[in-house]
Design a protein around this ligand. Sequence first.
Ligand code: UD1
Ligand code: UDP
Length: 389
Amino acid sequence: MSVLKILNVIGCRPNFIKIAPLIAEMNKHPEIDPFLVHTGQHYDEAMSDVFFRDLEIPQPDVCLNVGSGSNPGQMARMMQGLEAVLADINPDLVLVVGDVNSTTASSLTAVSLGYPVAHVEAGLRSFDREMPEEINRVVTDALSDFLFATETSAVENLLREGKPQERIFFVGNVMIDTLAMNTEKIARSTILQELGLSPHSYAVATLHRASNVDDPNALAQIAEALGDLQQHIRLVFPIHPRTALRLHSLRSWQQLASLPNILAVKPLGYLDFIKLTKESMFVLTDSGGVQEESTCLGVPCLTLRKNTERPVTITQGTNQLVGTKHEEILEKGLQILNGTICRGRIPEKWDGQASMRIVSVLLQESEMIKRMYGGVRERGICLDMLSRG
Ligand code: UD1
Ligand code: UDP
């Protein structure tokens, strides 16, 4: 059997966490030759490099260094860069994870050049087209040949949209594989001592959704709620760079940030962040990943959104949707402090084995993958030669 060449594309903080166990699993199989491309969507040390170190992800074979920009501008730069990489590497399959611009740009480039695509975390739907992530999910799933789902709602969404059953695989959650693989390293994190915190004496807040932080009204409401909550519990707030930019121009923020019970810190590395979450009383977040991790850690989660594409974290986990209104956030936070806590249970197949299941499907389908769309690629090469004369 010849080797299956897989080009894995990542670009953002959550992508790094999702790809780590997949690359580790691929590396166990000599029949797979994995390549890693980093689009450069996230580039700060605290948003990128630290995850490669913490999670022992191999250095990318290629970095496109696209940097920040508007959604279409950023994706256009990614697509141009990826076209050249695909021509150079000529993989059998392109694997993408999550719902960020890097995910969509790479799947679109791949299919337009005749490369099959596997999407890890397929089928999640918030049904809210105002969020760029929802557009990314819908587009990427429409283009993908292999749809790997984390929860049964995602399978149902894909079937309802007419995706063939044989292309959908309910495999579990690679984010939780990473959590399981790093339990010991997380336990060794000294972040609580560094921040002068004792377990269960604080809550963690994370915020970065464009729909929250780019809307001055929503941002002000959330900031007010944090201001009230800190009167009852210490709040640790690792601030995402998008949020830092927006908070800078929010007048009430300077005053809030100076309060002793608000601990505003730079974005944390993975091991420190999970340790902080695990030992917290509860989390307030608009992050997709944090909703899932808190469910597995049994830590109550208040999601600062009016919808979630991850309903299993509510039906089985610790998650509650609280929206972005000041009073509602405060009320739910106080309920937790008064002892109304749901510990939930671990969703089906969130057992640390998702990467193994994904790689096993890809190996099983290896010969079929190698034959997919070969004609499109050959015609592309012929056209390219013609146009170059
Ligand atoms: C992106 C994803 C979002 C994901 C989040 C994870 C899209 C449309 N959005 O949002 O779905 O949940 O990543 O964190 O793909 N910046 C820096 N340094 C960095 C990266 C970003 O300073 O390393 C600043 C820049 O000012 C940039 C802004 O953050 O303009 C937003 O970055 P961007 O990657 O466009 O979107 P995120 O908000 O990070
Ligand atoms: N995270 C981290 N440091 C932080 C905040 C978050 O390591 O300061 C991790 C956390 O594990 C989370 C993951 O980054 O699940 C996902 O990133 P983010 O919330 O930015 O993206 P989303 O999951 O919403 O797409």
